[in-house]
Design a binder for this molecule. Sequence first.
Ligand SMILES: *[C@@H]1O[C@H](CO)[C@@H](O)[C@H](O)[C@H]1NC(C)=O
Ligand SMILES: *[C@@H]1O[C@H](CO)[C@@H](O)[C@H](O)[C@H]1NC(C)=O
Ligand SMILES: *[C@@H]1O[C@H](CO)[C@@H](O)[C@H](O)[C@H]1NC(C)=O
Ligand SMILES: *[C@@H]1O[C@H](CO)[C@@H](O)[C@H](O)[C@H]1NC(C)=O
Ligand SMILES: *[C@@H]1O[C@H](CO)[C@@H](O)[C@H](O)[C@H]1NC(C)=O
Length: 630
Amino acid sequence: MLKMHSFRLTTASALGVLYARLATAAVPDPPAPEPIEVVELPLPPVTTGSCTPDINPRGTGCITQGIYGEGFQSGSFLPDGNHIVAYVTFTGAPEAPDPASIYNGSQIILIKTDNTSFPNGDPWKCITCGVPAGNSPGKSDTWDYPHAFQDGKRLLIGTNIVDCGEFLLTDSDCTPERTFVYPIRWNVTPDGSGAGGAIRELRLHPDNVHLGFSSFVIVDGTVGQFSYFSRLQFNPAPTTGEPLVPRYDLVNVTMLFSPNNTPPLTIDGDEIIIHPLPNQVGELRGFSGRGGEVTYIGYPTESCNIDLYAVELATGSVRRLTAHPEYVDPADVSPDDQWTVVMDTRGTNRQMFMAGMRGVPPLIDMIATTVASSIRNNHQRRFFEPYLIDRYGDRGDYSGQKISEAGSGVAGSGAINDPEWNGRADPRWSPDGTKIAYWQDLTASPACGGVNPLPCYKSTAQGGRFVRFMLATLTSRKPYTLPSVEPVSDVVPWGTPYVPGDPAPTLPRIPQGTYTLSGATSGSAEVTITENADDTSIKSVAVQYNDYSDDGINFINGYENYTRSNPSPSLEVADWYSDLVRTGETHSTKKTSPDGFHPSVDLFVNIFEANGTLTTTVDDDVYLQPLNYS
Ligand SMILES: *[C@@H]1O[C@H](CO)[C@@H](O)[C@H](O)[C@H]1NC(C)=O
Ligand SMILES: *[C@@H]1O[C@H](CO)[C@@H](O)[C@H](O)[C@H]1NC(C)=O
Ligand SMILES: *[C@@H]1O[C@H](CO)[C@@H](O)[C@H](O)[C@H]1NC(C)=O
Ligand SMILES: *[C@@H]1O[C@H](CO)[C@@H](O)[C@H](O)[C@H]1NC(C)=O
Ligand SMILES: *[C@@H]1O[C@H](CO)[C@@H](O)[C@H](O)[C@H]1NC(C)=O
């Protein structure tokens, strides 16, 4: 049950909403909840030893238990809507020349979603098992985010493209001998030599000729990331650069950032100005269904509230897709652009202790987003569940519909809504808009058990599996058939064309000083920014609120200050002091213990550990931080 007190409408704000609606006249009433049926998709049988004929009589392999979800990921639908593509890990194969020896290690399979089988009787087919080494000379070892091309013949997997030539992947004629794996290379040297740049989180554009990706940079001792838009170009015989094998080159690469774009915050004399909806792409999450927009995690609109945004490729215009104070990340926009499915911590209260007070301007967020976004996980455990949200996003009492809702809700029961099964990236829409595939993993030690305050639960899945792939059907919806997406322009006018060898830019930042942020309707906040010793980054942000109001209904008073240090580039330690009160629609407080709140988090490990407390109250609800290590 979601608690959305801060959205509860008073008469005054109901009128405000009414006037806003008359003004924009575009936002419809939220949709009513709809019927959703969820089933588990079939997977090869599990073994913890050898894959014997007892376990798989057809000799088509056995998989690992997939603890931590490692070696598994469900991906997109095939264009026929009757299969998904998935990454799995086989184990226990007999030695060659046994034909079953090919069912070994990291592989990509297709899984039937319509309860039918491939000709051999299996509801799944391995695509990469047994592909001769000569067909995949330069393949990289990443297998994540498997995604089918519209031709039904190719797959994006990790930083590779699998290609079955003239054959549909589902076809019996698509054999290992006819399957090729080509690496994807991003050239980062002026002369085209050497290895490609490190690319991650690849997402195929629905026009199937463009690719979005992200890449880490380390600037001023902290980890940062930029996202890029590019064109995939097959290069059958490259003459330079590694690997020197048939490959896909990324050409017409554009960084989805420009120093010419207005950043989230600017100054004018001693005034600080917040620009809502800046087109500054944080981590790229994908594309809209028709391909007009890039989805991404952006600079927060409200303090410590991580949301999903969409920016139009052609214009740079930005929409906010989610507004709930909890953390959102993996997402997929429906093929007709009318719906979004997200993986979100909403409903778990994981983040409410820092984000539950609404309408706090994103000031400490100049330096607090790493911590605010890293607390969402505990080790490998996500606290995500899939939610269905309409195009117009969270509003009023509407905060989407939980997809994994059926069942008793009992931890360890294995029900659809067992809270120990955690949503993972990415949920995916079927091409006809009636189904959503998603996957989950079961909390495992050290995210539970031992010194951890949370107990571990035994898996009730086949073979004690720690992963499960799910299929949600929106049973009241009519399937649609959409025309294929026309190729979009290579040019992103609000981005920066990437020239190989260019260093990553530094994000603009507000210089050290004391500034005033005026409330949109009344009051103000005094903001003191202090740089680190060598003036290369912001060390602390201290804010004093005086009857600050952006809407004339809600008022913030008190102070909040946040100081960060980075003992290593990915390790962030904060000294956080808050004593905020917000009056108006709700009475909310955000308060640290007298000695302050001191979290430390490594963004590649995500173990929550803190001294002191930070607590948010919203009317009668008290939101506490997670227990250490949990
Ligand atoms: C297949 O059919 C069986 C029996 O009707 C049902 O229990 C199961 O959930 C179905 N599986 C899928 C993936 O639809
Ligand atoms: C399976 O793969 C592992 C490592 O990738 C290798 O050591 C092992 O020999 C393989 N088994 C078979 C049967 O090919
Ligand atoms: C895209 O890249 C190709 C190959 O590098 C080049 O010929 C073409 O001019 C580029 N297009 C644009 C719009 O920059
Ligand atoms: C933050 O607040 C604490 C507690 O009031 C205070 O000790 C500290 O000096 C403040 N830091 C800054 C940078 O203002
Ligand atoms: C908490 O305090 C203890 C004792 O001073 C210290 O060892 C530890 O590093 C602190 N942890 C954090 C996250 O600040």
